[in-house]
Design a protein around this ligand. Structure first.
Ligand code: SAM
Length: 323
């Protein structure tokens, strides 16, 4: 995070509850996902894909915590805000990362309850010191998290938003509110780390399929028939189906638009990689390779030649909206 931005967004006033946005559809989808045990998960056809997504998150989280620690004196307490925390899939990563405080926020009430239960179980198991935590149910694309926090003056070293940020690209006001939630809770010099589907990759797979739908036997991405030739930068909705896990509307995130908007909120882009690039780099490093093995994430990545290659060119129509 750079210097503090001018905080008042002209769009915020438009973000009212009870509008036609898809937040409640998304929340109810995630609320109704059953929690399956490891044994059940390991039978799934997407077991390795989930493990590799999990590995990516571990890699990013430990990378960011290292950056933060490298600049601090020993024992410096680290606070984190997890936006779209879900059922707490990253709690163990925060514990391993030895943070001191975690704020978890998500739109899905049942997921937040399960996250809290999971946290309590982790804490009660008492292996080493566990961080303190608080839990907030809120639509982070419409509500400011700061006033809902136990201590609204608390500033974070790291804001993390894993596989959840793209929901805010439903509209410009929602993206602004989400970025405000990132920015106003971060210390100057703090980090924001997020994972999102690659819009370029999706668009090039669409091109290869020659239609408005692409996928294979485990996943499908489908745009509505009504999608225009020049889709909007916000609200470019598709339905994402992933076997047994997701069946939900999502929104394409146009990277240059995100970068530009984030800059407005005081955030500077430091690092942006596709998952397979992160993975290929990790294979060259013995420590990362070990973690890939331990997390059973090695089977996931196919030969790069078989994958579609997408470029900014896929989005040339968007440039005119950007200025
Ligand atoms: N971050 C978690 C993880 O990596 O395990 C959960 C990821 S899950 C794919 C996406 C999460 O985003 C869900 O828990 C969902 O409820 C949450 N989410 C979606 N829209 C949201 C919104 N507007 N505000 C807060 N959370 C949201």
């Amino acid at each position: 995070k750079m210097a503090d931005p001018d905080v008042v967004s002209p769009h915020k006033k438009q973000a009212v509850e009870g509008d036609s946005s898809l937040g409640s559809v998304v929340a109810s989808h995630y609320n109704n996902i059953e929690e399956k045990g490891l044994r059940e998960r390991s039978k799934s056809r997407i077991f390795y894909m989930r493990n590799s997504n999990n590995w990516i998150k571990s890699f990013l989280i430990s990378y960011c915590l290292k950056q933060i620690r490298d600049r601090q004196v020993d024992g410096y307490p680290i606070s984190v805000l997890d936006l779209g925390c879900g059922k707490g899939g990253d709690l163990l990563k925060w514990q391993k990362g030895n943070i001191q405080y975690l704020v978890c926020a998500d739109i899905a009430e049942t997921s937040v309850e399960q996250c809290k239960e999971r946290y309590n179980r982790t804490k009660n198991r008492g292996r080493g010191n566990c961080f303190n935590a608080e839990f907030i149910v809120a639509d982070c694309t419409k509500k400011r998290i700061k006033p809902l926090m136990e201590n609204s003056k608390r500033q974070m070293d790291l804001v993390s938003c894993q596989f959840a940020f793209h929901y805010c690209f439903e509209s410009l006001p929602q993206a602004e509110t989400m970025l405000r939630n990132v920015s106003e809770n971060l210390k100057k010099g703090g980090y924001f780390v997020a994972t999102i589907p690659s819009a370029y990759e999706i668009m090039s797979r669409m091109k290869l399929s020659g239609g408005r739908k692409c996928g294979n036997e485990v996943y499908t991405i489908e745009f509505p028939e009504s999608r225009s030739e020049n889709p909007p930068l916000f609200g470019d909705r598709y339905n994402f189906f992933l076997e047994g896990v997701v069946d939900c509307p999502e929104f394409l995130v146009h990277p240059p638009t995100l970068q530009k908007l984030a800059k407005k909120w005081g955030l500077e882009l430091l690092w942006c990689r596709k998952f397979d690039t992160v993975y290929q780099d990790a294979l060259k490093d013995p420590d990362s390779q070990h973690l890939l093995n331990v997390m059973q994430a090695l089977e996931q990545y196919p030969n790069r030649d078989e994958q579609a290659t997408a470029t900014e060119g896929e989005y040339s129509h968007a440039q005119e909206h950007l200025n």
